[in-house]
Design a binder for this molecule. Structure first.
Ligand code: RP5
Length: 168
């Protein structure tokens, strides 16, 4: 059994549906991951502990997803030297602008690599984590190249469909 290399932390169970896009892509890229609900606000001690022990648990990249006043990614980045990817979620009445600003605007010295709000970000967090791992794991790099080829093929098919649709 390969130990998890990517740790996904969710601010709430309600963040899981959109983060399934992240999970699916990590599975497709065959990147072993772990997933936990850890709230920066409701379980601050647990969030600190999660960050403090992440590297010794074998994790190499953390993905933190949260909505609203989203501080999870920043709190994790404050407590570990691992790279932290923040996924701002549109789970509040402010449609993710709140989470985006909370996640992206970190003070100098404590970086969070912030991806797009919501579904795009959930998926891109997985690809970015895989790219980081690929720096030291050629097998992940090969799977990323396969993933790129599959995207190219799917765009080529979409192009053919669109042209046919308009009679070209
Ligand atoms: C954030 O508040 C969570 O990350 C979630 O996006 C949002 C709502 O959480 P719940 O009230 O559904 O637990 O902390």
């Amino acid at each position: 059994v390969t130990s998890p290399r990517v740790g996904i932390a969710l601010g709430s169970e309600s963040d899981l549906p959109v983060m399934k896009g992240c999970v699916e892509l990590l599975r497709r890229l065959e990147v072993p991951f772990d997933l936990e609900v850890v709230s920066a606000h409701r379980t601050p001690e647990r969030a600190r502990e999660y960050a403090r022990t992440a590297a010794e648990r074998g994790l190499r990249v953390l993905i933190a997803a949260a909505g609203g006043a989203a501080h999870l990614a920043g709190v994790l980045a404050a407590g570990t030297d691992l790279p932290v990817i923040g996924v701002p979620l549109d789970s509040s009445p402010l449609s993710g602008v709140d989470a985006l600003y909370s996640t992206v605007q970190m003070p100098a010295g404590v970086p969070v690599a912030t991806v797009a709000v919501g579904e795009f970000g959930a998926k891109n967090a997985a690809v970015l984590a895989a790219r980081i791992l690929a720096l030291s794991d050629p097998a992940v790099g090969e799977r990323l190249r396969r993933f790129r080829r599959e995207m190219e093929e799917s765009v080529a098919k979409a192009n053919a469909r669109a042209r046919k649709e308009v009679g070209l």
